[in-house]
Design a protein around this ligand. Structure first.
Ligand code: HEM
Length: 486
C-alpha cells in the first residue's frame, strides 16, 4: 500500500503530542495547525490517534459516505462511568440503543411537527421580552436569554411548570453541563488518563476530588432528568397533562421498557440544546452592537412587515429574508459547537492517501470550514447578505454556500436532530428582540458610545468575551403590546 501518516506537530516518544493538545482557545490552536499542516492534521496522545479535519469535502466523505466506520463516540471513564451520563444518547456509541433513542427523539423534533410548537415558542418569547423590559441591564440580559431558551425547551419537553421549579432544574442541569465540559479538555481528570483510578474510594482522595465531583454531577443529572418526567406521569394519571414531548410519547408507547427510553430521550433535550441556543443569542447581541448597520437594516425590514401596532409572529417569517439571513449568519459566524463532538472510528481506513488506524478520534473543525474565505469572503465580517439569494446572479444561493453552511449541524449519521427546530427558535427570539428593542453600545465616561469589537473565547463552546450593551424599547407602546399578548 502506498499510504503515509498524516502530517502534524512532531511527536515525543510515548506521550506523543500530549503537550500540543490545546487546553484553552482550542479553535485558534487547531486553525493554526490546519494552516501549517493542511486539512487533515494528525496528533497522537499516549498511543491514541486524533485527526482534526478542516475540509467540508473530507468531512462529508468520512462522516457521510463512510458513516458506518465513523459514527462512534469516545468512551470517558469520568463521563460515562462516574458521572454516569451514558444515558444521554449524544454520548452513546454507535449501535441499536443510540439508534432507537434518536428515532424516538426525531418523532418530536422532525420538520412536520414543528408548527405545533410555535404557540409555545411565541409565548416564551413574549415572556422573555417582558422580563427584559422590566430589567434591561446587561448583567441580567444574558441570564434572561438563557432562561428563555432553557425554559422553552423544558416546556416543550414536559409542559408548563412554575418559574421557580423551572429555574431550579435549569440551575442543576447547567451545573451538569459545566462539569462534563471539563471532560473534553484532555488531562482534566486523572481517571481519564488512568481508568483504574475509577476504583479509588472517595475517602482516600483529599477533598473527594474527581470522585466527589462525579457523585454530585450524577445526582443532579438524575434529578434534572427524573423529577419533571415523574411530574408528567402524575399529571397524566390525574388526566391533567398538557401535550408535550413526554405526554405525546407516553400516549403513543405503552410499556415500562419504553418509559425508560422516553425518560432518557426527554432528558437529552435540555442537555443537548440549551447551551447552543444560548450561545447563539449571546453572539447575536454582540453582532448587533458591533455591526450596527445590520441591526438598522433588520429593523427597517421588520417595521415594514410588522409595523408598529402589533408584535411579530411566525406568520411573518417567510417575508423577512434579512432576519432569516441573520439567523444563518449567527450560526456561521460563531458556530456554537465549533469543534462539534468527537467521533470514534471502528476499522482501519485510508483517506487522501493517509492511514486512519482503528479507534481514532476524529474531530471536525467546523469553525474553520465556516470561515473559509473562498466560500464566505471576509469571513470575520458579520454580513447576513451572504445568505440572501437576491445577492447572487440568478437569484439562487450557490450550492457550496448552502452545503458548507449546513456543516454547522455536523454532517453524517450524528447530525444534530435539533436542526429543523433551531432556525425557527432563533428566528422568533432574535427578530422579536430587534422589533421591540434597540441594542446599542453603552456611553463611556466621555459621553460617547463605547466601541464594541467582536471577540470570543474560541473554546469548545464559543462564548463572546464580556462586553456591554444598552437595551432600550423602540416605542412607547411596547409594554402595552406585551401586556395584551399571551
Ligand atoms: C443552536 C444551534 C445548534 C447547533 C449549531 C447544533 C449543532 C450540533 C452538532 C455540531 C452536533 C454534533 C454532531 C456530530 O456529532 O457530528 C449536535 C448534536 C446533537 N444536537 Fe445539536 N445543535 C444545536 C441545537 C440543538 C438543539 C436545540 C437540540 C435539541 C432540541 C439539539 C440536539 C442535539 C442532539 C440530541 C445531538 C446528539 C446527536 C447524536 O449524537 O446522535 N441540538 N448538534
Amino acid at each position: 500500500r502506498n499510504t503515509s501518516t498524516a502530517p502534524g506537530p512532531p511527536k515525543l516518544p510515548l506521550i506523543g503530542n500530549l503537550f500540543d493538545i490545546p487546553r484553552s482557545r482550542e479553535v485558534l490552536a487547531y486553525n493554526a495547525m490546519a494552516d501549517k499542516y493542511g486539512p487533515i492534521v494528525n496528533l497522537s496522545v499516549l498511543g491514541k490517534n486524533i485527526f482534526v479535519i478542516s475540509s467540508a469535502r473530507i468531512l462529508l466523505e468520512l462522516f457521510g459516505q463512510r458513516g458506518t466506520n465513523y459514527s462512534g463516540r469516545p468512551h470517558s471513564s469520568m463521563l460515562h462511568d462516574l458521572m454516569d451520563l451514558k444515558w444521554i444518547f449524544a454520548f452513546k456509541s454507535y449501535g441499536s440503543s443510540w439508534r432507537d433513542n434518536r428515532k424516538m427523539f426525531h418523532t418530536q423534533f422532525q420538520e412536520s411537527v414543528l408548527p405545533d410548537l410555535r404557540p409555545l415558542q411565541l409565548k416564551s418569547t413574549h415572556a422573555m421580552l417582558r422580563t427584559v423590559l422590566a430589567s434591561p441591564n446587561m448583567d441580567d440580559f444574558f441570564t434572561h436569554l438563557h432562561f428563555h431558551v432553557g425554559s422553552c425547551l423544558m416546556e416543550i419537553t414536559y409542559g408548563p411548570d412554575t418559574a421557580p421549579r423551572t429555574a431550579r432544574l435549569i440551575g442543576m442541569a447547567d451545573d451538569v453541563i459545566t462539569a462534563w465540559s471539563k471532560v473534553a479538555v484532555p488531562g482534566s481528570y486523572i481517571v481519564d488518563v488512568l481508568p483504574i483510578f475509577r476504583f479509588l474510594p472517595e475517602r482516600l482522595i483529599p477533598g473527594g476530588g474527581f470522585k466527589k465531583e462525579a457523585r454530585i454531577c450524577k445526582a443532579k443529572a438524575v434529578e434534572a432528568r427524573d423529577a419533571p418526567f415523574e411530574r408528567v406521569q402524575a399529571e397524566m394519571a390525574a388526566g391533567t397533562a398538557p401535550t408535550s414531548f413526554v405526554s405525546n410519547l407516553l400516549n403513543a408507547f405503552g410499556t415500562d421498557a419504553d418509559h425508560e427510553m422516553i425518560k432518557t430521550c426527554a432528558g437529552t433535550v435540555y442537555f443537548a440544546g440549551t447551551e447552543a441556543l444560548s450561545v447563539c443569542l449571546q453572539a447575536f447581541v454582540m453582532a448587533m452592537v458591533a455591526f450596527p448597520d445590520v441591526q438598522k437594516k433588520a429593523q427597517a425590514e421588520l417595521d415594514q412587515v410588522v409595523g408598529t401596532d402589533r408584535l411579530l409572529d411566525f406568520g411573518d417569517q417567510n417575508v423577512l429574508p434579512y432576519c432569516n439571513a441573520i439567523v444563518q449568519e449567527v450560526l456561521r459566524w460563531n458556530p456554537p459547537a465549533p469543534l462539534a463532538s468527537p467521533h470514534l472510528s471502528v476499522n482501519p481506513d485510508t483517506c487522501e492517501g493517509y492511514d486512519i488506524p482503528a479507534n481514532s478520534l476524529v474531530v471536525p473543525n467546523l469553525w474553520k470550514i465556516l470561515h473559509d474565505p473562498e466560500i464566505f469572503p471576509n469571513p470575520a465580517q458579520f454580513r447576513p447578505e451572504r445568505f440572501l439569494a437576491s445577492e447572487y446572479v440568478g437569484g439562487k444561493l450557490p450550492r457550496e454556500v448552502l452545503e458548507t453552511y449546513e456543516i454547522v449541524f455536523g454532517p453524517g449519521r450524528r447530525i444534530c436532530p435539533g436542526r429543523y427546530f433551531v432556525p425557527a427558535q432563533l428566528f422568533i427570539s432574535m427578530a422579536s428582540i430587534l422589533s421591540v428593542f434597540d441594542l446599542s453600545p453603552v456611553l463611556g465616561a466621555d459621553g460617547k458610545k463605547e466601541k464594541v469589537e467582536a471577540n470570543f473565547t474560541y473554546g469548545l463552546a464559543n462564548h463572546p468575551t464580556p462586553f456591554k450593551v444598552s437595551v432600550t424599547p423602540r416605542r412607547a407602546n411596547v409594554q402595552e403590546l406585551l401586556d395584551a399578548a399571551e
